[in-house]
Design a protein around this ligand. Sequence first.
Ligand SMILES: Cc1cc2nc3c(=O)[nH]c(=O)nc-3n(C[C@H](O)[C@H](O)[C@H](O)COP(=O)(O)OP(=O)(O)OC[C@H]3O[C@@H](n4cnc5c(N)ncnc54)[C@H](O)[C@@H]3O)c2cc1C
Length: 376
Amino acid sequence: MGKHILILGGGVIGLSTAFACAQRGHRVTVLEQGRCGGQASGAAAGMLAPFSENGEGPDDFFRLCLASLQLYPAWQQTVKEVSGRTFEYSHTGSLNVVYHESDRLALAGRAAWQERFGAQPQIVEGADLHRLEPALSPAVHAALYHPDESHIYAPDYVLALEEACRKSGVQIVDHLGSVRVIASPDHRACAVDKKGVTYEGDCLVVCNGAWAGELQEALGLQIPVYPIRGQICAYELPAPGSVRHMVFGSQGYVVPKANGTLVCGASEDVAGFDTAVTERGIQRLLNWNHRLYPFLEELEPYHRWAGLRPATQDGYPLLGRLSQQPAILMAAGHYRNGILLSPVTGQAVADLIDDRTPQVSLARFALERFTRQPVR
Ligand SMILES: Cc1cc2nc3c(=O)[nH]c(=O)nc-3n(C[C@H](O)[C@H](O)[C@H](O)COP(=O)(O)OP(=O)(O)OC[C@H]3O[C@@H](n4cnc5c(N)ncnc54)[C@H](O)[C@@H]3O)c2cc1C
């Protein structure tokens, strides 16, 4: 018989975990303080770009990202089928651009290690680059092309995930205000909402994104998760297809969406839990955007927004079971890649709940890694 699983937080990580658990026959309840997808997940650009996001080298985090990219085709199809909703999933490929000959060497270094992971990266320049991405600024010297990177329309994906959860029997309890985790005497999992309503389950998965640090005391764990605000904007493109690929540069990225808009992001500011959009934050994006695409200088973004990325001290998420309280698991701190990492996170947490070994090693993401051991 399935277990009863409580999920704290209804962002992409909580919903993916809920969906994966429900698919395996567990009874699942999602506890959300506001609206599902109303925080970072609904604000994301939706890039599924493990090679572009991990330029340095193939560490465990890169492997986790790559495993998730590989799960995406089947995962997004299942979400669509179960929810009855659709969302954009586009295989545009990506270009990582440089402006100087001296930076070409760095692209070659990235291509060399990424090739070993089946990326088929290519350095493109001159007429070839112009053919691939005609509107790109002539000041761009070269680009590393990844044909396999893709993106989704994050707000629609999260809505579909929520619906897929509901259709799979997941109970979603939202607009609860901040829900607290409380100690349970009989090793079960327990949470209580603002009105004092108590929820009990066989286990509880903490998926509350940038707010995870608030549970340090309750979990007896150091949780160095911080909100990093991302300000982002979107233009209506003058002609369909005027931007063909996701393009990454040193100051940001652009993502052409199937609805004819171009999403351009994103700032990385420390502003606490403030999700306001500032003139300064957006102006920095605008200054950079037309260095990539000169035609953008004539345009104004039609939409500007912001979200809070859940960053950890070492840049890696917290994924696993709490050794002191085995009824509690955590999946938080996905920083810039929570949309990409949603399938692998959902599957890995469901594996832990089922006492199975996850496909990808989670050792590097252990919950206790920041917690100082008592001095003996
Ligand atoms: C501008 C921007 C662009 C991004 N672009 C990309 C991208 O292109 N690709 C990518 O992979 N990632 C991207 N990201 C990162 C991605 O959005 C995040 O990593 C991901 O959304 C994190 O998901 P989450 O579910 O952990 O957090 P959230 O979406 O923030 O969800 C956490 C949920 O927990 C709830 N909550 C918090 N505390 C409590 C509590 N005590 N009780 C009950 N509920 C609680 C919150 O209300 C919230 O709904 C981007 C982020 C931003 C801001």
